[in-house]
Design a protein around this ligand. Structure first.
Ligand code: ADP
Length: 238
């Protein structure tokens, strides 16, 4: 297997150990959710994979190559956050095209790719719309289209739906799953919501206090939680 391989990773902030010896493999085309309560180290692990936080210990490798010393923009990973961080002064099409600007595409090819991605996220025809006129859900769809446009070899999503209301979150979780599967994108999806994790991911990695408690398919996690603590996170106890 040569997707993402995280081995024994430690992330520290001064005296705080945010990630405490995590090992996790994500196969090509697989979607893994990092699930756990606020402050358990999910974002720190994701940021370490992205190259945004230094490793105090351990390695991050992709396709068998150690990424130590490879800067964020050379990893060919995509990033998506809770606040989509769209450019408010660019229209929707130019936001999606942003990630394609460094690629050797003709204008026609770029426009075609933007149209393809907007169709994928259910926003066909939105090219000329101004960002401030979009709803929160639409903005996150545009952010997803922008993140997928350059065909990242790994997409890292940090609580991308957490700012949305519950009903919309459930619908969008299904849509995100569909977009990732359709594009065959390998992804790590951070969430504190177990229902969302189960919808989006092939496997769920349950995290607590900087460590992984269990990594399993959603069904397996529910039928055979490895500990009371895992069961508690899944709402099966207490
Ligand atoms: P999660 O994503 O699960 O909410 P984080 O990775 O954001 O967790 O945080 C893990 C721990 O690291 C927390 O105790 C948090 O306070 C701490 N932490 C996160 N970022 C920083 C930082 N930049 N400086 C100091 N401590 C941090």
């Amino acid at each position: 297997m040569a997707g993402l391989e995280v081995r024994d990773v430690v992330v520290r902030y001064g005296g705080t150990t945010a990630v405490d010896g995590v090992s996790l493999a994500v196969a090509p085309g697989e979607v893994v959710a990092l699930l756990g309560p606020s402050g358990c180290g999910k974002s720190s692990l994701l940021r370490a994979v992205a190259g945004l936080e230094p490793l105090a210990r351990g390695t991050v490798a992709y396709e068998g190559a150690d990424l130590a010393g490879v800067p964020v923009h050379r990893r060919r990973f995509g990033l998506m956050f809770q606040d989509g961080q769209l450019f408010p002064h660019r229209d929707v099409g130019r936001n999606v095209a942003y990630g394609l600007e460094t690629q050797p595409l003709s204008r026609a090819e770029r426009d075609a790719r933007v149209t393809e991605l907007l169709t994928l996220v259910g926003l066909a025809g939105y090219e000329r719309r101004a960002v401030p006129t979009l709803s929160g859900g639409e903005q996150q769809r545009v952010a997803l289209a922008r993140a997928l446009a350059p065909r990242p070899r790994l997409l890292l999503l940090d609580e991308p739906l957490s700012a949305l209301d519950r009903q919309l979150r459930e619908r969008l979780a299904n849509e995100v799953r569909a977009a990732l599967v359709e594009t065959g994108t390998t992804a790590v999806f951070v969430t504190h919501d177990h229902a969302e994790a189960a919808v989006v991911a092939d496997r769920v990695a349950v995290m607590d206090r900087g460590r992984l408690l269990q990594v399993a398919a959603p069904d397996e996690l529910r039928s055979a939680p490895a500990s009371d603590r895992v069961a508690e996170f899944l709402g099966l106890r207490g």
